[in-house]
Design a protein around this ligand. Sequence first.
Ligand SMILES: CC(C)(COP(=O)(O)OP(=O)(O)OC[C@H]1O[C@@H](n2cnc3c(N)ncnc32)[C@H](O)[C@@H]1OP(=O)(O)O)[C@@H](O)C(=O)NCCC(=O)NCCS
Length: 98
Amino acid sequence: MAVIDELRVEDNPAKHRYEARAGERLLGFVLYQAQPGRITLIHTEVEPELEHRGVASQLVSATLDDIRARGLSVVPVCPFVRAFIRRHPEYAELVGAR
Ligand SMILES: CC(C)(COP(=O)(O)OP(=O)(O)OC[C@H]1O[C@@H](n2cnc3c(N)ncnc32)[C@H](O)[C@@H]1OP(=O)(O)O)[C@@H](O)C(=O)NCCC(=O)NCCS
């Protein structure tokens, strides 16, 4: 699906969220709170007409990759993120790490 092929994920610190976009179009976001050494992921949301096509999974996986690269740990409050980490145990070490 073209719109998802060109999906890119970027941190938008001014809005406290990681955003998934295709071109300028906002497809979804993960809202967070940043604290020293860790990031609490609060809520994930995807455009309703794009649900069940993997947008949130791509978004959360890129978000967790970035958090790992920044050497931070994750507090997964969002139920989608909690379930995603359960399904992808390679991210489990980020939870409560460091
Ligand atoms: C939840 C949400 C972000 C998922 O986005 P998505 O792009 O459809 O997700 P993906 O396609 O990557 O993955 C879908 C899978 O995530 C899982 N999932 C969906 N909603 C979930 C939830 N609330 N909690 C845990 N897991 C969930 C299911 O296994 C689902 O599989 P299915 O497509 O076979 O039903 C989206 O449905 C949404 O914006 N919902 C409204 C807001 C919301 O409830 N957010 C979650 C709480 S923070």
